[in-house]
Design a protein around this ligand. Structure first.
Ligand SMILES: [Zn+2]
Length: 55
């Protein structure tokens, strides 16, 4: 479906890349996934949202 794909691309483009300044842990409150990040890594998007940083 072309309309749905365009909507998805618009949503993805709304996120500016965010990078960690220090070693950190990213956390997704939606699916409870955590991911170890190193300084300078881009914070990943999970479940349609930017992951939160915890440390
Ligand atoms: Zn998630």
């Amino acid at each position: 479906m072309k309309i749905e794909r365009d909507e998805f691309l618009k949503e993805a483009a709304a996120y500016e890349p965010v990078y960690t300044e220090n070693d950190n842990t990213a956390y997704c409150p939606t699916c409870n996934k955590t991911l170890a990040l190193k300084a300078g890594d881009e914070i990943p998007i999970c479940c349609g949202k930017l992951m939160e940083l915890i440390d």
